[in-house]
Ligand binder design. Structure first.
Ligand SMILES: Cc1cc2nc3c(=O)[nH]c(=O)nc-3n(C[C@H](O)[C@H](O)[C@H](O)COP(=O)(O)OP(=O)(O)OC[C@H]3O[C@@H](n4cnc5c(N)ncnc54)[C@H](O)[C@@H]3O)c2cc1C
Length: 264
């Protein structure tokens, strides 16, 4: 049994303070370094570990984006990925999560994976829709928030899902899509051997001509949602500390303030 694993990797700005161009409603990327979406580093690590566990297996990293994504794909090679594929074409530009997952799914039809692993969500778009979207386009089962792969063979995987109040154990038929949380592993650092391999391995670039797609489903044209406005919520004002000798006195002050505000 050997597994053909494909990990979806998104390149994101290396910041949690995303700045938006108010006119175009797009991200301001100038002056911000790009990194592998942090959740995807766990997805890559898990795939590499599965390849170490199951002899003959292969990890391919798939990303959709502009040519600059090649640098992150090289980073993925340096931590153990075997092959990397970049989907890059003007036709794909302006895609919302539906069109993004449609395009990634079209590439999956060529790659024919037994297992697809994505991060839980991207730290810029933050929707957590792309993994489940790929599963829907491919009519595959999906398990989200996976925190452990207990067992896997060429027919099924038994995994643990992280829930708010515990874990759920799920058996899923392969091929399937798993989205992973950071509790699943501790991603490794690149090795010297890995860096050498990354230098030597070419990034495979596929344009729309390499895929079997409906042009009406791609990019902006194929996106049923459009961003009309993006803004940061206004900063909250500071709170007020209520002083008092005891709980009774503090409660009376709170009640008086609520009455003053005509809340009660
Ligand atoms: C309503 C809406 C409209 C948008 N319109 C535009 C637009 O006009 N122009 C524009 O540039 N962007 C647009 N975007 C952003 C774009 O759709 C997202 O960047 C993209 O679809 C990924 O969504 P996400 O960042 O929420 O990823 P999530 O769904 O949170 O990501 C989950 C996982 O999916 C995988 N993944 C996500 N994106 C990719 C990718 N590109 N390649 C490989 N794997 C991936 C990763 O494994 C990731 O961890 C729009 C988004 C929304 C919600």
């Amino acid at each position: 049994m050997a597994l053909n694993i494909v990990v979806c990797m998104k390149q994101v700005p290396d910041t949690t303070e995303v700045r938006i161009n108010p006119e175009t409603n797009t991200l301001i990327r100038d002056g911000v370094d790009s990194i592998i979406n942090p959740f995807d580093t766990y997805a890559i690590e898990e795939a590499v570990r599965l390849c170490e566990r199951v002899e003959g297996s292969k990890t391919t990293i798939l990303s959709m984006g502009p040519p600059q994504v090649e640098s992150s794909l090289k980073d993925a090679l340096s931590v153990g990925a075997d092959e990397v594929v970049l989907l890059s074409d003007r036709e794909f530009a302006g895609a919302d999560t539906w069109a993004t997952s449609y395009t990634l799914a079209a590439a999956m039809k060529k790659l024919k994976p037994d297992l697809i692993i994505t991060g839980k969500q991207a730290i810029d778009g933050d929707t957590a829709q792309v993994g489940p979207g790929i599963a829907v386009h491919l009519d595959m089962p999906q398990v989200c928030y996976v925190s452990k792969i207990r067992e896997i063979n060429d027919e099924v995987a038994i995994v643990e899902r992280l829930l708010e109040d515990g874990h759920e154990v799920v058996e899923v038929k392969l091929p399937a899509v798993l989205t992973v949380v950071k509790e699943i592993n501790e991603p490794r650092l690149p090795s010297l051997k890995g860096k050498m391999k990354a230098k030597k391995t070419a990034v495979t670039v596929w344009t729309n001509d390499d895929l079997d797609t409906d042009p009406e489903c791609l990019g902006l044209t194929g996106s049923p949602t459009q961003v009309s406005k993006i803004f940061s919520p206004p900063k909250r004002g500071g709170g007020e500390m209520i002083d008092g000798e005891n709980a009774q006195e503090k409660a009376e002050t709170v009640v008086a303030k609520l009455k003053e505000l005509q809340v009660i």
